[in-house]
Structures are given as C-alpha cells and as structure tokens.
Design a protein around this ligand. Sequence first.
Ligand code: ATP
Length: 433
Amino acid sequence: MRNQDVTKTLTSTLAPEAMEALHDLGKIADGRGVGAFVVGGVVRDALMKRPCEDLDIVVEDDAIDFAEAAARELEGHVKKHRRFGTAILVLGRAVKVDIATSRSESYARPGALPDVAPDPIELDLKRRDFTLNAMAVRINADRFGELLDPVGGRADLKTGVLRVLHKHSFEDDPTRVLRCVRFSARFSFKLDPLTEKLLQDAVEHDLISTVSGERIMNEIRLILSEDEIWLPLKQLDSLGVLPSIHPNWHLPENAPSLFSKLPAIMKSPIGSIRSATLWHTRFLAAVSALSISDAGALLNRLRSGATLRNLIDELARFEVTARGRLESENELSRSDLYDALAPLSPETLAVVLASAGSIASGRVTLYLSELESVRPILGGSDLIRLGLEEGTHLGEVLADLRRACLDGFVTSKTEELEFVRRAIRDLDVENKR
Ligand code: ATP
C-alpha cells in the first residue's frame, strides 16, 4: 500500500486532532533522530475502516523522555508509568496517546510477565498477539504513512482470519486465549487451523491457571465491555475457558434467554437501571448459576473487590427470599413489591428483569417505572418536628408511611400528617404499657 493511501485511510478513521497529533509527534521524533510509529489496534481499525479513538505510539527512544519532550512542545500533560517505561500523553481535550518504547519480550515461564529489552520496531511487532495487531505505520515526516506489516496482518484482515505469530504464543501469554475469543467474536473472524489447535491445547493444558487473577479479570472486563458478548461468552464456556478459571463456572441454563433480553434492558434502561455499570451487570448474569461459595472462590481467584461480591450476595438473597413471590400469580401489593426490590442495586435489578417470567417482568417494570421513586411528602425532619425522636422508630414510621403512600392509603399531605400523628399515638400507648 502506498504511503499516501495509508495516510488517507488513517485520516478517514481518526479524528482531525488525532491526525494532527500524529504529524506533530512524527516531527518531534525527527528532531530527536528516532523512529516513531502508530501501532496495533489503530492500524488494524484504520485498515478495516472502523473509527478508533485512542492512539498507541511506539518510539525507538525512551518513551518517558519522548513523552515529556512532546508535552513541553505541544503543551500537553504526561502521566508516567515508570514501572513499565510507558507514558500517556494528553493533548488538549480530545487526544490521548499511549507511548511505549519499541521492545522485544521473552518469557521465563508461561503466564509470567515478560522480560523486556529495547529493540527496533520489527522486533516489537513480532512480540504481539495476532497478525492483525502486528502492523505499524511510520509517522516520521519524510516517511509518514509507511506501512510495516512483517507477519502478513493485512492479508489476514482481508480474508477474515485471526492468527497467532508463532506456536508458543499462548504459552508465552495465556491471556491471549481470552483475547483470541474477544477479537474473533468482535470481527466475526475465523481462527486459522493452527491457531485453533494451539488455543485448544492451551485450554487443555490449563495454561490459564498460570496467569494472575488481575490479568484474567482485566481480559474478562474487556470481553464484557464489547458490544456483543453472547458469542464470546458461549465460546469461552464451550471451549472450557470458564471452567479453567473456576471448575464450576458455566453459563446458567437460562443464558440464551438472559443474554438475549439484557441488551435491550441496558440500551433503554428504565428507572435506577440507568446507573448500572454495564460490565458488572453482564458479569453478574454470567456467574448467576454459581453457588455463593463457588462465586466467592471465583472472585478470590480473580482478585476482585467487594462490589461484585455484594452484587452476587444480593442476587442470591433475592432468589431465596423474593423470586417466588414475584413470579407467583398470587396478588402482591405495591408496597410488598417495593420491599422485595428496594434492596437491590441497579445491576441486580437488570439481571432480575432479564431473567423474569412474564408476571415478574411486569412487576419489576412497574417498580422501576413508578414505585421506586414514590416518596412521601413528609421527611425525617418533619417527623421529628411532629414529636418523634431520632432512632429506629423514626425509620419504621417513615417506612410505614411510604408503604401507605404506595398502597394508596394516604394521598395528600393532610392524610400523611394524620397517619404520622396516629403512629406516634400508637407508639405512646405501647410505651406506657
Ligand atoms: P481494542 O480495540 O480492544 O482496544 P487493541 O488492539 O488496541 O484493541 P490493546 O489491548 O489496547 O488492544 O493493545 C494494543 C496492542 O498491544 C494490540 O493491538 C497488540 O498489538 C498489543 N497487545 C496487547 N496485549 C497483548 C498481549 N497480551 N500479547 C501481545 N500483544 C498484545
């Protein structure tokens, strides 16, 4: 591909400010006498005519020194990661550039972090995961747009094939198993036969067990942040990747229906589901068949914090205490419906809605669209002014008042005042006994 054609392709997929940044960074590299390249996903996406936001740059230079020089010249800000020798350069409001030193990597053992050494761009590209991610475009001014494609990434893009660079790729870094499933699903690419065999071998030999929980979790988060997640999740399950992370991790039996309903729920969320974190919701759905103790062990393995743990506990409690009432044809008052669903966070509500039968689905929708925002006119301070002391009674009377509002027993401020005064009288009588 000619340099000007590559430049045209980049121009059509990157924002004008990003394109300008590439030219500016290329000139700075020229001033320092070093090679500079845009690499990886940016090049892949440009050749696929897919829009791309963040820039990955590799320089044949010290990345942190380069980023600092660029920040001075272009009035940007730098965030340095000394441990990894990388930097993030922020230019204006719209452009974020990840800058790394061109390097080669070697692996002491499967799953270990690599030993790295500065090396020319050709070797940097050969340490990458798949051919389609192993391309670079030079941004130095006099050769801007020169495509480097040492392992045939462009040909694989054209034929829709995902291919590792060598037969030890999954051994070197077993997180590539998860990346493989993610990219093949995202682009609907097929695996080349050798890559498929190597992937299966990697799963059979349980290479994933050698990877730290944080790195697996990071890849799971990326998969769960894709637009389409059903296909990759199904593949992870059928390939045996989920059980290699925890032996009892399989998708729930209702997964096809759950994951077919979840997208619409998250795309046009109602009520508090609007504030649900998408990947947490999807994670909760994906582990919803695990027992509490298996889910706990899985989260320990993934070194996950309290947020996901709380969601899993919440859903489990709901299943035991409230699911039956919600799905049953028996009448359920509005206040009982409120009490069943009010303890649930947005993510859990989304999963409950996606897994609900028709009766429960109507009830959850009623809760989200109407009941959860019902508030009495009187608040805690009004009740104190009416003579209640702060403490448990105050909370109980407020909850009773809300139930009365929900069930339509009180419909005005006068009726609320009457309700509270009566409650206080009843409490006085009780105290005197
Ligand atoms: P996305 O569109 O999901 O951001 P990306 O290709 O930009 O995809 P990143 O995770 O940002 O993915 O990685 C940037 C580049 O770094 C990749 O294109 C690939 O060349 C390389 N890379 C990332 N992770 C690995 C890995 N585990 N092994 C080898 N190369 C990797």
